[in-house]
Structures are given as structure tokens and as C-alpha cells.
Design a protein around this ligand. Sequence first.
Ligand SMILES: [Zn+2]
Length: 71
Amino acid sequence: MYLIDTRTNVIHDMTRPAYECHISHIPKDVIKKVYTIDTVKRMCDMDAVPRYTGCQWCMPDYFIFDMSKIY
Ligand SMILES: [Zn+2]
């Protein structure tokens, strides 16, 4: 199962959450659950709106480095 923090649009993998995810700190009312990796892939698609990204700690394969946040 995958857990989405809808404030940040970051997806976490609940089967291997990392300490850095601080899952327990995410308020329950902003959490959205997704059950399949196919759905996760679709949500991370470049053209998806809103666009989601994998957590850099527990889903590094789906983590999208957002260049626009640097400049
Ligand atoms: Zn995570």
C-alpha cells in the first residue's frame, strides 16, 4: 500500500517506510491511500495534474527532483 501526503503530493511506500518519512507526523486528514504501483506510476506521470512524486527516502525510483524549487 502507498500513502500520499496531499499537502506535498509526495507518495510513500508503506511496505518500507524510512525514518526520514515521518509518516506518523502526517495528519490523518491529508492522507490518501493508493493500493497499486500502477496507480502510483500514473500519478507520477509528467503530464498528470496534480503531479505527484515518490518520496526520496522510501521511493527513490519515483522521486522527481524539482528544478523549479531551486531557482
Ligand atoms: Zn517516504
